[in-house]
Design a protein around this ligand. Structure first.
Ligand SMILES: *Cc1c(COP(=O)(O)O)cnc(C)c1O
Length: 438
């Protein structure tokens, strides 16, 4: 019965039960359950830890070692000839991840490329797509964006000779609300319409876990005459995206969170194909973006590849790109749609159990929207009292979560490797910790 419900995607209507047997039954009917065994799960006192920190660093796929080792062996065996003769020739390495990334973000392979890291990519995209004029120069974004993004915005504004104080518009939620309403975002975009150069939002907000409506924000930005960009750090591999269809201009991401590609993993960008042949677009160029048929002729005069590859600057960091490939292979096998379907159920179950612990929100409040369409797998809990002690106690019991000042615990049950049983066990531990602490 449960399997059927999940299979038909009617998971939202499931009636959750508060017991271990029910959780185990959900695991048994989970079509993706085999994927957990493809990861190393950190241990705590000899048992598997409950790892809910995939929002910060995804776990290591077991096959990463063999992918990375292949490159290390080819380097030892071939030296420079590995560029052409490695098992996966290094010269073309940026091409190997395109198909998987395109599926994950809903794009054409020509529109996505793995390169650099997130904040660098954000700068490169802003160089091309934040082109302020005298009338149209403002950036509109969510308040409380990730620090690195804020620094990028501030420095890009300064770089253009403008003042962040009257250039950056940061939207706050209403009064005592925690997350932004889509109608307020759309209204702000149209109100500031004539002055806006760029509308840029997180895909999923790192702190609250809110999944913004990319399609409607993009549409409104375009209607106002502005460019629409997204930082998908917490969205990629977490929610289903349709960047091409939604007509997004550009997006950037990292691969070490839900994409499980390892610490400092390679980042990526999406650029809509409508920009490929635009004349006069500025960019910071390097040889890897140059026409690949002439790359080694070392001639003067930059001629970019006529697709997203034209924004590459440097050659590919092969070891990071190898672990990326290892992980992307699992995404292709599991399928982002199936992952998302499980995720809605898994996070829905966590929410259900949390609410049963503290119905009247005396100890904590869930900041993340309750509508599954407005969130990914993460739930952010604002703890009203004794937050640090509660968090420390959870940690001492083998739960790997994350603490954000001033009082937030972020929990991410990840559909690729977390189980319903873990969600249930977490809720039992959390309940006991609250009882002992407060
Ligand atoms: C994780 C994260 C980053 C990290 O930036 P790096 O350049 O990868 O170090 C930046 N922005 C957001 C929104 C993030 O969540």
């Amino acid at each position: 019965m449960i399997a059927k419900t999940i299979g038909k995607g009617k998971s939202l209507r499931i009636k959750f039960e508060n017991n271990l047997q029910f959780a185990k039954q959900l695991d048994r009917s989970d079509k993706l359950r085999e994927f957990r065994s493809k990861f190393f799960i950190p241990t705590f006192e000899g048992k598997s830890a409950i790892y809910f920190s995939g929002h910060s660093l995804g776990l290591q796929p077991r096959q990463v070692g063999s992918f990375v080792n292949q490159e290390i062996k080819d380097w030892a065996r071939l030296g420079v000839d590995g560029h052409a003769h490695a098992q996966r020739p290094w010269l073309y390495y940026h091409k190997y991840s395109k198909k998987a990334l395109a599926e994950i973000v809903g794009a054409k392979p020509t529109e996505v490329v793995a390169m650099n890291q997130l904040t660098i990519n954000l700068h490169l995209m802003m160089v091309s797509f934040f082109r302020p004029t005298r009338e149209r120069y403002k950036i509109l974004t969510e308040a409380g964006a990730f620090s690195s993004d804020q620094y990028a915005f501030e420095s890009q504004i300064n770089f253009n000779g403008l003042d962040p104080k009257n250039t950056l518009i940061e939207l706050q939620p209403r009064g005592d609300e925690q997350t932004l309403r889509i109608e307020d975002i759309l209204k702000a975009i149209s109100e500031h319409g004539d002055e806006l150069a760029l509308v840029i939002f997180g895909g999923v907000q790192y702190y609250t876990g809110q999944f913004f409506d990319i399609r409607r924000i993009t549409k409104a930005a375009h209607a106002a005459g502005a460019v629409a960009g997204f930082d998908l750090a917490h969205a990629i591999g977490n929610v289903d995206l349709q960047l091409h269809r939604d007509n997004v201009d550009f997006a950037v991401w990292c691969s070490y969170k839900y994409l499980n590609s390892g610490p400092g993993g390679i980042g990526g960008v999406f650029i809509h194909e409508k920009h490929f042949r635009r004349k006069g677009l500025q960019r910071f160029a390097g040889w890897w973006g140059h026409d690949e048929n002439e790359r080694f002729k070392m001639k003067k005069g930059f001629r970019p590849m006529p697709n997203v590859d034209g924004w590459q600057v440097s050659n590919v960091p092969i070891l990071q790109a190898a672990s990326h490939l290892a992980s992307l292979e699992l995404f292709q096998k599991a399928g982002i749609k199936a992952l998302r379907q499980k995720s809605i159920l898994l996070t829905g179950y966590l929410e259900h159990l949390l609410k049963a612990i503290d119905k009247d929100e005396i100890v904590f409040k869930i900041l993340t929207p309750s509508n599954p369409r407005e969130r990914g797998c993460q739930l952010s809990l604002a703890i009203r009292r004794q937050g640090r002690r509660i968090f420390a106690s959870l940690t001492s019991k083998g739960i790997v979560a994350d603490w954000r000042e001033p009082n937030v615990i972020r929990l991410a049950p990840v559909p690729m490797y977390n189980t319903f049983e873990e969600v249930f066990k977490f809720s039992q531990i959390f309940k006991a910790v609250i009882k002992d602490t407060i």
